[in-house]
Design a protein around this ligand. Sequence first.
Ligand code: GCW
Length: 669
Amino acid sequence: MYVHLPKQIVILNDRQVVKTAQQELVRGLSRMLGKSLTVSTSWTKGSAFVLGTFLEIHSRAPNLNFPGGLKTDGYWLKTARIHGSECLLIASNTDRGILYGVFALLSKIAREENIAGIGEIQQPFASIRWVNQWDNLDGSIERGYGGASVFFADGKVRGDLSRARQYARLLASVGINGCTINNVNAAPGVLENSFIAQVRRIADVFRPWGVRLSLAVDLSSPKIVGGLDTFDPLDPRVAEWWRMKVHEIYGQIPDFGGFVVKADSEGRLGPSTYGRTPADAANVIARALKPHGGIVFYRAFVYNHHLDWHNLKNDRAKAAYDNFHPLDGLFDDNVVIQIKNGPIDFQVREPVSPLFAGLHHTNEAIELQITQEYTGQQRQLCFLVPMWKEVLDFNMRSEGKDTPVKSLVAGDVFHRPTGGFVGVANVGMDANWLGSPMAMANLYGFGQLAWNPNLSTEEIVDEWTRLTFGNDPRVSKAVSRLQLESWRVYESYTGPLGVGTLTNILGNHYDPAPESSEENGWGQWHRADHEGIGMDRTVATGTGFIGQYPPEVQTLYESVDKCPDKLLLFFHHVPYTHVLHSGKTVVQHIYDSHYDGAEAARDFVSQWKTVEAHIDSARYQDILSRLEYQAQEAIVWRDTICQWIYHLSGIADDKGRIERVTKQNTLEQ
Ligand code: GCW
């Protein structure tokens, strides 16, 4: 199919990222098609791949009709006759866009797509497409399940940064243009002069891939690192300290991206120490970054983890909106409020954060979690793109208009200068980056959605599957099906009906331990007792959280009758005998859901076995043993949660399954 492809590449400049693009094209075509291409910087006659900016190509081919008004980093793949020969143009307004265009072309070839006569324009939905890594300087990664840090070891930047370089390549291949390399629970030491010189080496390996580096910083750094007696954001000495520090960083890293700030959260110091607001804190840093083009990502994950659990009106879900909505309009234009998708914390199912509709004069970015902290930690299969799609497509009806979350975060609705997507990736040194080969679909999917949230889940999973396992339809169908079912299945045997993930929140966030959520100040409450289950977050009788949404969304959630079953227990406390829209009682739904989920997890094993003859045995065995393990874990989950509910409610399972398990356990004791 690709016999007529050009045999030479013409690059119209020799800037670093374009050189990377050229090298990728040479490498990709040689490995996939066995073609060897010549490279030239001057455009003579003959058929060629032509890599350049619109301006550069225009100056050589003025008669071509160029697409206008493309967003930054958008690209054009175009077959055109130039100087009498057929050429394939890979053009963009930026060098990074040219690189993305090359990756897109290679992806098409890998998936055996017909590219004859191609004429395709792609452009990113938003300018911010970043990942965060929660890497500690000792080389460990908070909530990382794919091995040690690719950046740090023993308190220093690694000597060998080849994996960091490959990571930048991986990120660029899915359109990601920024990476925060250290944990948001930031070690102040990253801002020591000696450390910045080390970080510079990481920025140097990112640069050829168009990935900007940023750092998570501790707000008390002016005191701890700078030796001042304060870190009050309104103190001029503090402002000057940030200004000088930023100046120093840009001296080493001229394309530095900016800072991520976690403050007044989970024990981190913050502006509240001095009675100041997040806006005061964000702005002092933003002003230091502004002349250099840097951004501050200020996280909205600010909440009190010592909430009084006796008080039924207390609600952690309200914290982000309560803290940030009143400050709307007070943040500088190079501040972005980074908001987790849900109001609690990356649970298997949450409604969207109402804060997305609560900021009209402030930039925002959505924070999604690629690393599967509460969703099986890469030991269990949980493909998160379907969840993210639901979140991004959710229509907030802000001011009574169509305002899906994706458009709010991109800044389109309220005409903000910037905005977008941040994914907590936490890849590590493991050969497959995330610990499990199947989990990489989440990183791929995050990149694809950040570029174009209008892609369908099916398209994304099909592309990933074929790029990863090849084009055999028997394999791609089976893998896609597993991925597509996995979130629903994981939810059904862990925490259905919006109750939360029910993991051990005081420990590993993995094993089932529903009681760990209650009777402590963390606020991940489900309020299950002998009468009923769920958090009453209504305006009428509950915490009032629902009142933070725009009116039409309030109407949807406030009434127990309208509230969708999948989120019922997030918003309402109901008796176990409450009848769902499905016609089942809550308690029976819980039992059935856990049994069906465990059954479906077992079925994953049989589905996987169908591909045995069609993929390499190493990956086949690896994934097989993971799925077998998951099937066991699903039974542990099923029995733990069902027995817990049975003991609380005293209501028997219609199908008599729980009583049998309980009896059997009693006999065994
Ligand atoms: O859910 C919590 C995680 C913490 C994390 C925190 C956050 C980096 O359990 O490990 O800290 O979220 O997002 O800041």
